[in-house]
Design a protein around this ligand. Sequence first.
Ligand code: FAD
Ligand code: MLT
Ligand code: ZN
Length: 460
Amino acid sequence: MSDLEEELRAIVGTAHLLVDPDLRDAYETDWTRRFTGSARCVVRPADTAEVAAVVRACATAGVPMVVQGGNTGLVGGGVPAGGEVLVSLTRLTALEPVDEIEGQVTVGAGVTLEKLQAHARPAGLDVGVDLAARSSATIGGMVATNAGGIRVLRYGSMRDQLTGLEAVLPDGTVITRLAGLAKDNTGYDLTQLLAGSEGTLAIITRVRLRLVPLLPARAVALVAVDGTDAALTLLAAARGRLSTLAAAEICYPEGMELVRSYGRLPAPFDAEYPAYVLLECAGHTDPTDELLDMLGECAAVEDATVASDVAGRARLWAYRETHTEAINTAGVPTKLDICVPLRELSGLVAVLSETVEAVAPGARTILFGHLGEGNLHVNVLDAGEHAEQVTDVVLRQVAQRRGSISSEHGVGRAKAEWLSLSRSAEEIDVLRRIKSALDPAGVLNPGVLLPTPADDNVRG
Ligand code: FAD
Ligand code: MLT
Ligand code: ZN
């Protein structure tokens, strides 16, 4: 064992330094199986002090680190490229008591979303962000990626829940800002700077979040519509009429077919339709009538099925939420996560399959996503050796429509080369200056988010 490994072992203990390839294996490949690399070792610190000691040891030795939470990220940012020390945060699982006066809570970065939901709910409070990877995704990872999910339309993304954090900088310095003050204009907002920084600026060790009211009365509608334009008409009606609107999601027949065969789910309607919208309403009193009234009056509705009970709602959500697993079961997807202005969505959807087919004949394009934000998940199966061209042509279609090449998953390693399609050269220069101010030696998550200088503007 080298000096660095000996030093890391002294910090975390033998059981939490994984050097054996069999033990490292589960940490080295991402959820999609598309990104994989060998770590020098995996180190699992137990608290902020151990994280700081680990970082100091690696920085002193000049060894790069890759930061990992629940490893549910979809852009390859949390797995090694090769040779890094992988710092896993999953042992930082402290749950402090819910502060019911402030409506906030402070938790360790390794707490999963599901554990935090279970912690907050007995106090009549809930986490404003929710997503299908809730059982594994960690709060630290969700802040680092500024995760979105299915409630953005009502409560915003992860950064909107964030009131403070604690983090270890690349030289081992700890910054702590956990008072959760509602108003605090005392200079640059370091908490918000770290939201969406994808482990490139600091390792987040504790997080303070504002919580939202737990809304027990819910109604879900799966609505068949005639296409993306009709879905947007329905969205506008839902936004205008439903004071309780909590989610607006979209999927299409190709995805619906895959999900049905994966989950052995019955057809939701007697006929197939060009698109499906899932709406959820949530309140303190039953929102079902409000939802039914709106559906009855909206001309875009071709057919609809509504559920208010827990089992019925879960049955309808399964058509949307199991897309990711169903796609992953069918193959290793090229996953893109984009956002365009709502008025551009229909035009983009219309050209995506043929755009992909032109560079990857025989590939299957599956679309679904968060309709409320114009956030489409473009998943391409069977792209084979054409994955890079698929990424290129799809992201260019998005850029032409003034969209974002990463709506909620981050840039990671998957899209770093294409960053200049969404950020100007001047902006990228500022991002680089921030990175080198905090991490001058480039030891944290190298190759993630920012293109390496040689790649700069290659894809622009
Ligand atoms: P990881 O995958 O471990 O890491 C992700 C990134 O964050 C990496 O760059 C890593 O280096 C960095 N990081 C992790 N922890 C820390 C830390 N403590 N400090 C600093 N950097 C850190 N995402 C959405 O936005 N919306 C969705 O609806 C959604 N649904 C999903 C559904 C499924 C089934 C799956 C598999 C994924 C989904 N995701 C979604 C993606 C993923 O769950 C999120 O990106 C999540 O925030 C990642 O959390 P994690 O703990 O797994 O992070
Ligand atoms: C989702 O909305 O289901 C997620 O972002 C996961 C995905 O894109 O596959
Ligand atoms: Zn999503």
